[in-house]
Design a protein around this ligand. Sequence first.
Ligand SMILES: [Zn+2]
Length: 396
Amino acid sequence: MPQVDKTDRNTLIELSHAYGRDPRWVIAGGGNTSCKSDSTLTIKASGASLGTIGESGLVDLNRDRLQLLFEKAYADDEAQREREALEDLMNARADGQGDRRPSVETLMHEVLPRKFVVHTHPTLVNGLTCAADGERVARELFGDDVLWVPVVKPGYILGIEIHNRVMEFRSKQEKAPWLIMLANHGLVVAGDSAEEIHERQKAVIEAITSRIPVEVGTSPLRDTTADLVVQNSSQARRIADWTTVVQRALQSSDLKNPVIAFDTDANFLQYGDSSDPLAEALRLPFTPDHLVYALRTPIIARQTASDHLPTMVKRFRSDYGRLPRVVIVPGLGAFGVSASEAVSKAAAALALDALLIHRYAQSAGGPVFMPDEQIRFIEGWEVERFRLKASEEATK
Ligand SMILES: [Zn+2]
């Protein structure tokens, strides 16, 4: 069985690093990449991070066996269907893959008949995929080249949906799409070489920036892990005070050693001191990344009443069954909070990502959150719990 050869595997790793280390394309190790030969699909393992991936983060699958997933009739029961599909996905692996588990988005990669597929969650592109007129604007910009996929449940169902839509696209246009936009999720670009991927990614960003104004200085292109620029000593004092308040509120809800990441990006400050517009902008998640890392919604603290925070944290826990990951203080910035530094940073970065998506979507008919049904499905989905657990473990 001809495997994906060494040169292509190396190219795949280089592509993964190029996009995985750049927060314009993915935050918190999200997204996935693949490479294929006639018989084998080599894809990122679930839990591996694109930016740091090496050989041990790749899984080889037998493409003939993957085809079975498109043909088989699965159980109607949601949980059982997901279990069966996951089992078949694991069984489609080539020999000697250990306990590596293929990305949940494997089927989407298999469907595209190009050597390389890069799937990312770029903030700017999600400004369109999370917008009421996103599809119309995407057609304006990319014509027949773009395949738009509406919100469906992730994993197996998304794979089947994309499979059917790609088949339809191919029979109409006599070619396969190289560009897929997934509503409330992200971007997929396919190409036969690294150069082709780079050119196409660039073309997508240039086209969208011609339509959506990206202000200088508040660009999503900045490195969200960059050191803070604290304006003056009174701001520094407020940040220190609030850090203590946030820490204590979490401790009083049994998170013994909260690790706090703080971000004071200008986008958190543009809403001024009032909590209502922020609460509305981040009322629900836009994409699965927001939900997985930053949870349904942040706590928006009341500036003048820090003594209310422990109560707000307790209420959050009783409403959602988990501790909050993001506390935003209007006029000051966002605190990412969890037991792990990587997750706290990711949560703060994704809160910023969500605010930017909210703003960019204004240029395309206004923002659209993830549908409630989708949110509930992902909250209960074993596959996403696995992804999060793997990312938490990777930081230990
Ligand atoms: Zn994705």
